[in-house]
Structure formats: C-alpha cells, structure tokens
Design a protein around this ligand. Structure first.
Ligand code: HEC
Length: 141
C-alpha cells in the first residue's frame, strides 16, 4: 500500500472514529450518574438468609451459641482471632489484623487465600451475597 492509499483509508474511517469517540465521551460523562444510582452496597435482611444458611451452624448469632467457629457478634472492629470460644488457628491469630468491612470481604471471598493456615475454609459467596452478609454482620453487636 502506498502513502496515498493509506491516506484514503484514514479518511474513510474518520466518520466511524468520530462516532466511537463520541459514544465513549457520552459513556464516560454518564458514569458518575450510573454510580450514583447503584443500590446501596448490602441488604442486611438478604444477608441474614445467607448467614442462616451458610454460617449460623458454626458461628451462631446473638441468640444461638457458636459451635466450631468463634462468635461473630461484634466482629467488625475486633482483632482477628480473639473471638469468644470456637477454634482459632494460629494462622489467623498471627495474621494480626482488625476486621473491617473491606478485610472481611476479602477474607470471606476466599479465606485460605487471604490467611494461609486458617481453618475456616468456607468461601464461594458471590459478590452480592458478600455485600449482604457483611451488611448483616454489621447488625450483630
Ligand atoms: C464449618 C464451619 C464454619 C462455617 C460454615 C463458617 N465458618 Fe467462619 N470460621 C470457622 C472457624 C473454625 C473459624 C476460625 C478460623 C481460624 O481461626 O483460622 C472461622 C472464622 C471466621 C471469621 C474470623 C473470626 C475471628 O474471630 O477472627 C469470620 C469473620 C468468619 N469465620 C465468617 C464466616 C461467615 C460470614 C460464614 C458464612 C458465609 C462462615 N464464617 C462460615 C468455621 C466456619
């Protein structure tokens, strides 16, 4: 292809490029609007259903006692591995963090990936279930 042909090619594509740029610009301008309309992260009522199905048996809640896992009452803001009763691994105790919503999210998405040596090997919540269960944990205090 010589230089002249190349030039013709560019000119032929110009309207298309202008169009894609235009669409992109509109999409970028709308992004903050979309973000503002996104529903608030988690729903505690839906989270309780997930919790009752996936966590309650080991962790209990305010009214039923925990068994294998430590109590999660007051978990947000508590140092990892210092919960009441239940089995605590050395891996989690030595991990040495204080739970907040972001670290809980990472842990619950894949516990053994974040804390090697933890003996809680229960993951598999989808992003919505994670948000909901964390919203529910916020109410356990
Ligand atoms: C089969 C029992 C079992 C189930 C089911 C289970 N866990 Fe656990 N969980 C444990 C054990 C045991 C530990 C202690 C882990 C350690 O010390 O390494 C733990 C630890 C935790 C911790 C850290 C506690 C602390 O004191 O630092 C959180 C948070 C947690 N689990 C949340 C959940 C949530 C939310 C669910 C449901 C999605 C769940 N777990 C399901 C057994 C379980």
């Amino acid at each position: 292809m010589n230089a002249k042909q190349n030039d013709t090619c560019h000119r032929a594509y110009w309207p298309l490029r202008a169009l894609t740029h235009g669409v992109l610009r509109v999409a970028i301008a709308l992004l903050p609007l979309l973000a503002a309309q996104a529903p608030a992260a988690g729903n505690a009522a839906a989270g309780k259903q997930v919790y009752d199905r996936r966590c309650l048996g080991c962790h209990g809640d305010g009214s039923s006692a925990n068994t294998l896992g430590p109590s999660l009452v007051g978990i947000i803001g508590r140092k990892a591995g210092t919960g009441d009763r239940g089995v605590h691994s050395r891996g989690l105790i030595e991990f040495g963090i204080t739970w907040d919503e972001a670290s809980l999210r990472t842990f619950l998405a894949a516990p053994t990936k974040m804390v090697p040596g933890t003996n809680m090997n229960v993951g598999g919540l989808n992003p919505q279930e994670l948000d909901d269960v964390i919203a529910y944990l916020r109410t356990l205090h």
